[in-house]
Design a protein around this ligand. Structure first.
Ligand code: DC
Length: 212
């Protein structure tokens, strides 16, 4: 089956590129970061401390997460836009360091691999979730460029954010994602690394299409 993994840090363009590729190639699409964000929202709303492994495990089992096209729901409530804030991203990155959390969503992530194939984006798609993938890409970009992209994205969704705060938040999140012991953000040995700082989304998509 056609399986493409796109990993990289916050704001590297993974989301835009993976969505466009899945549309051009008519493949399924997995936004794995959205799952961590939904769990973050779920834990906040239920006052569950991020270090209480037992409670987290039980609460994840009860959470009903559904993807329908590009809409995402938690317990039948549309949370597509709500999970996009940097405060939810921070909680997502914190709980993503937890082994129980990562293991409990492995099956959910792998269930997206269905005919005719999948474009999966995140931090560990090519290393842990789909190590068997033949087409692995790792996107990077300068911190300034990534903060600029996030700024435009969030402003267009109506969020009030500051570019300086975004630079700091992105750097903190990079540090946590790269330095955690379980499934850290790292390119798979056989991933093609693409620096997207000076590339448009369509240039990146063209490059990937030329590579697979
Ligand atoms: O891709 P994103 O910014 O929506 O991801 C939010 C956080 O979730 C990210 O900072 C780390 C975590 N994450 C992860 O650990 N593994 C993934 N495959 C995807 C996201």
């Amino acid at each position: 089956m056609n399986l493409i993994t796109i990993d990289g840090p916050a704001g590297s363009g993974k989301g835009t590129i993976a969505k466009q590729l899945s549309e051009v190639l008519k493949l399924n699409y997995l936004d794995s970061g959205a799952i961590y964000r939904i769990l973050g929202l779920h834990l906040i709303e239920n006052n569950i401390p991020i270090d209480n492994e037992d409670l987290i495990k039980k609460s994840i089992e009860k959470a009903n997460i559904q993807f329908s096209g590009h809409k995402i729901s938690l317990n039948n409530r549309d949370v597509t836009d709500e999970i996009r804030t940097e405060s939810i991203a921070k909680i997502a990155s914190l709980i993503a360091a937890n082994k129980t959390v990562r293991e409990s969503i492995l099956d959910l992530q792998r269930s997206f691999l269905k005919k005719p194939g999948l474009v999966a984006e995140g931090r560990d798609m090519g290393t842990v979730v789909f190590p068997e993938a033949k087409n692995k890409f790792f996107l990077t970009a300068s911190v300034q460029e990534r903060a600029d992209r996030r700024y435009k994205q969030l402003i267009s969704k109506g969020f009030d954010v500051s570019i300086l705060d975004l630079v700091v938040e992105i750097q903190e999140r990079d540090f946590r994602d790269i330095n955690r012991t379980i499934s850290p953000l790292v390119p798979a040995a056989n991933a093609v690394i693409i620096d997207t700082t000076k590339l448009s989304p369509s240039q990146v998509v063209e490059f990937i299409l030329g590579n697979i």
